[in-house]
Write a protein that binds this ligand. Sequence first.
Ligand code: BES
Ligand code: MN
Ligand code: MN
Length: 462
Amino acid sequence: MQNPKEYITQNKERFINELIELLKIPSVSADPAFSQDVLNTADAVQKALLQAGCDTVEIFETEGYPIVYGEKIINADLPTVLVYGHYDVQPADPIELWDSPPYEPVIKKTALHPEGAIFARGACDDKGQMYMHVKALEYMTKTDQLPCNVKFMIEGEEEVGSNNLAVFVENNKEKLANDIILISDTGMIANDVPSITTGLRGLSYVEVEVTGPNRDLHSGLYGGAVANPINILTKMIASLHDENNHITIPGFYDKVEDLSAEERAEMAKAPFVLDDYQNALDIDSVYGEEGYSTNERNSIRPTLDVNGIWGGYIGEGAKTVIASKAYAKISMRLVPNQDWKDITELFKTHFESIAPKGVSVKVTPHHGGQGYVTPIDTIGYKAASKAYETTFGKKPIPQRSGGSIPIVALFEKELESKTILMGFGLDSDAIHSPNEHFGVWNYLKGIETIPYFYQFFTDMNK
Ligand code: BES
Ligand code: MN
Ligand code: MN
C-alpha cells in the first residue's frame, strides 16, 4: 500500500502547478471589480473537487458569492469529516509594495522556507491551505484509502464576514451533519515546532465619525475657537487605553475568561525568542498590556486597535484647514465569553459618552463574531495530534491564536460539532500583507498529514 509521502513525491510538480493556476485568479471578495474572478474561482474549486474524487459537487448560489459543496459518502455507518475553507482572498493593495505581482505566483527561497515558498495573494490564506485538503482527498481516493465519509464546504466570503454562509449553515443542517469539522486556515509555531490551534479570538469591527462645524473652515480664521474633529477624535481614541495599556471602556473586561496559573505556565512553555520576534519586525521593543507576555497579549487577551484613520487635507503641500469631519475604523479582538454584540454596544455607549461639547459622534458597527476554544481531550484533537506526530516526528503543541474565523463558533452552535484547526502556515507568511507566501514544504506536509487524521479519527471512533 502506498503511503502519502510516496504519492506526494510522484505528484509534487503537478500539485504545485495546480495551486499556482488557482492563485492566478484574483478572487477578491471585498472589491466588486473582481466579481467575475471570484465566480470563476468557485468553478475551478468545483472542478478540482470532482477530479479529486468527490461523487457530487454543487455550487450553491447565495445573495453574495457561491458556496462550493462536495461530498463522498462511502458508508453511512462510518464517521463524517466536514472540511471548511475559503476561496476568496484579501485585496492585494498596496500593490507597489509587492516584489512580484500578487496574481503571478513565483517560487522563491526565504530564510524560513529554504525549499522555496509560493508568493501570491491567497497562497497561505486560504487557497494553499484549502487545496491541501483537495489533494489529500485525491491521494485517499486514488489509492483506495479513504477511511470515512467526507464533505467539503468552501466559501467565497470569509474575508468579508461570511454572512451568507451563516444563512446556508442554518438552512442545511442535515446536509452538513458531521462528526468533526476540519479547517486549515491558521498557522503553526515553526516548521520544526508543530502546533495545533486550539482557540480563535472573536471580533467587533466598528467605524466612527466625528463631526464638528458644518463645513471645512479656514484654520486661521476659526482655529482655536471651534472643536477640530481630528484633534478630538485622536484624543478620544487615545483615551481608550490607560497608562498600563488596559482598555478603558467600562465593562469591557467583565466576562473575560481568566486563565489559571497552570494554564499560563503551560502556555509559557511554547518556544518564543523575543529578539527574533523584534528583529523580524524591525522594532526595538514589544508593546502591550501590562502584566502579560507577548504570547498572551496576542491570544488570550482582548485588544482594541485603530485600523485606519482619515480626515482633512492629505494631498501635496499644505492646506490650512479645519475639517468638518474625522473618521476611524476600529477593531476589537475578543476572547471567549465576551459577546461581540455586547462589546459593540459597550463601545458605542462609551464612545458617545466621551465626546466633548462642540462635536457629534456616530458609531457604525460593521461585523463581528464570537471567539472559539476547542478542548484537547477529544478524539478529534487526539487524532490530529497523532497525525502530526506521525509526519513531523514530534508531538504538536496546543496553541491559541489571535486571529478570527467567526464562522467556527456558529458551526458549533448550529451543527453541534467541534472544529479541529490544522493550520500549516507561519506568522511570517505575510497573510493580508504584501508578499504573502506559503512554504512548498508546508503545503506538501499538510497534504501528507491530513490523510493520517482521517485514518486515526476513523480508528478512534470504532
Ligand atoms: N485565516 C484568517 C484567520 C487566521 C489567520 C486565524 C491566522 C488564525 C491565524 C482569516 O481569513 C481572517 O483573515 N480572518 C479575519 C476575520 C474576518 C471576519 C475578516 C481576521 O482575523 O482578521
Ligand atoms: Mn483565512
Ligand atoms: Mn484572511
